[in-house]
Design a protein. Structure first.
Length: 304
């Protein structure tokens, strides 16, 4: 297994925003990016932008450029160059090889239709593919090692999840594309990410990712999972639910940024609602209090 990775240079805090370029950012994306940016900037750290484009069929041309323009419009400038997951195929393969060598990953030839009556994949291929003639996916074994994964979430407190109850997650798909769980862990370690701020919809992904970090000898970052933003109909704001794209015009950006800060529990001064983006962010950095984050899902009140 690779040796433990240490951050030897640079600031103590490194955060990131890592969107999938399946379309433009929406208000829920803004809250995640803004909270991560403020959390890092308030500590004098570095904030990185990574485009998670390992699933080309979901990534239309130009989406990445739109995302970068949207972040810039809200003053959320990143440090260094933008990273793209499609450039790191060899890193993911090296990690998968290490997991296979350590007995933590295995090839799976089962189709989703074959185990559709089970809530999670039942592990039929753990000791060898049931259908050797088929193309295979690669899965993480969750039936070995300590069953519970525990960590201290910065908003939600102590977390303890049973990994076998979540099942053997896919690390590389049958079509040869890399799966999110492995790629995100390898990228966070390679970039030296110390603090991850993201939506609570990814909370149940964290146990798999921590187990992968442990298996690969990576340091586990600090996690803060944000409350989800919901629309008036109670649905989570998402691209799938046709959430409106973030605007680029300054007159629309200013009140929306103020609303985002309000929903993050930061209580910005009402007089700042139409202040410049830079003035709003400067005030927000100085007053950032992650423990003021609301403890439940929040509803967006402004239409954009």
């Amino acid at each position: 297994m690779p040796s433990q990775r240490h951050i030897e240079h640079g600031p103590a805090v490194v955060g990131r925003f890592a969107p999938t370029p399946s379309g433009p950012l929406h208000f829920g994306s803004l809250l995640a990016a803004l909270a991560s940016w403020l959390d890092v900037r308030s500590k004098g750290g570095r904030w990185l932008l990574r485009i998670e484009d390992i699933d080309p069929p979901r990534c239309p041309p130009g989406a990445s450029d739109t995302i970068i323009k949207q972040l810039d419009a809200f003053g959320l400038y990143h440090d260094g160059t933008v990273e793209y997951q499609h450039d790191h195929d060899s890193d993911y393969q090296t990690a998968l090889d290490a997991l296979v060598e350590g007995g933590m990953a295995y090839p799976c030839s089962c189709s989703r239709k074959e185990w559709r009556h089970f809530s999670i994949y039942p592990g039929w291929c753990r000791h060898g593919p049931l259908h050797p003639e088929r193309d295979v996916a690669w899965r993480l074994r969750t039936d070995i090692g300590v069953p519970d994964v525990c960590w201290q979430d910065r908003r939600l407190g102590h977390q303890s999840w049973s990994l076998p109850a979540l099942g053997d997650v896919v690390l590389k798909r049958r079509d040869g594309l890399w799966a999110y769980q492995l790629a995100v862990v390898v990228d966070d370690a390679r970039q030296g990410i110390t603090d991850i701020v993201r939506g609570a919809d990814l909370l149940d992904n964290t146990p798999w990712q921590i187990r992968l970090q442990q298996a690969l000898g990576y340091t586990t970052p600090r996690y803060l999972h944000l409350p989800l933003v919901v629309a008036a109909n109670g649905q989570k704001l998402s691209k799938q639910n046709m959430a409106p794209a973030l605007p680029l015009q300054d007159h629309a950006v200013r009140p929306l940024l103020h609303e985002a800060l309000t929903l993050l529990g930061q209580s910005p001064e009402p007089a700042l609602r139409h202040a410049s983006v830079s003035n709003q962010l400067s005030a927000a950095i100085n007053s950032w209090r992650p423990h003021f984050l609301v403890s439940h899902n929040v509803q967006q009140t402004t239409s954009n």
